[in-house]
Design a protein around this ligand. Structure first.
Ligand SMILES: Cc1cc2nc3c(=O)[nH]c(=O)nc-3n(C[C@H](O)[C@H](O)[C@H](O)COP(=O)(O)O)c2cc1C
Length: 192
């Protein structure tokens, strides 16, 4: 079984990636295939707003978006992770979301209407309060909802700016791993 992770940070090995590693770890231990896409190092162009996908369900541009969506379609779980940039997901993530308009359930086709795919949101931020990260979770839930992928869990990490912040707070890493384990159990329960 496959899990697709989508990392919205420009840092392939940054804080969000470290948190994601821990969430993914229980899946790897259980033998799931985990495929991660780092949007910062992917070839993804801005939505041109031409709306031709409204008519035919296809984007006029050819880049990495289609391969990422194909991977999502093959998965039982999609994990969407982003650090907070100005209180919301990164620009990289927002561009990817815009480019998923061909797959949006109010547009051409309900590509995923019969799917068993579930979603998880991950948000990481420098600031201390959780409210701002909840904003990111809402953005991700809104996005996945329009792909007919219900959010079954989320994980947020606060007070994480530099890499040292994570090293000095092992509880976050521990909690991310536990959250991953709980999601594995939840998914397996849903599949029974
Ligand atoms: C352009 C930019 C905007 C940011 N905006 C916020 C913000 O609004 N709120 C916040 O708590 N942290 C903000 N941060 C801090 C990041 O969320 C934080 O450093 C995070 O740990 C980075 O994760 P990464 O290493 O995965 O990229 C911002 C960082 C950058 C570079």
């Amino acid at each position: 079984m496959k899990v697709t992770s989508i990392l919205g940070s420009p840092h392939t090995h940054g804080n969000t990636a470290t948190v994601l590693n821990e969430l993914e770890r229980p899946f790897k231990e259980k033998g799931y295939e985990v495929v991660r896409y780092c949007l910062g190092s992917s070839d993804i162009h801005y939505c041109l707003g031409c709306k031709s996908c409204y008519e035919n369900g296809k984007c006029v541009q050819n880049d990495d978006v289609e391969a990422i969506v194909e991977s999502m379609l093959e998965s039982v779980l999609v994990i969407v992770a982003s650090p907070s940039y100005w209180g919301d997901v990164t620009g990289q993530m927002k561009v990817f979301i815009d480019r998923c308009t061909p797959y949006c359930n109010v547009r051409y086709t309900e590509l995923l209407s019969e799917s068993i795919i579930k979603g998880v949101a991950v948000a990481v931020r420098a600031g201390r309060n959780k409210e701002e990260n909840e904003n990111l979770v809402n953005t991700i839930e809104h996005f996945l909802g329009h792909l007919n992928i219900p959010l079954i869990s989320n994980f947020t990490a606060e007070s994480v700016d530099k890499a040292e912040d994570l090293m000095e707070n092992p509880k976050i890493i521990e909690n991310a791993y536990t959250c991953g384990k709980n999601i594995v159990a939840l998914l397996e329960g849903l599949q029974e």
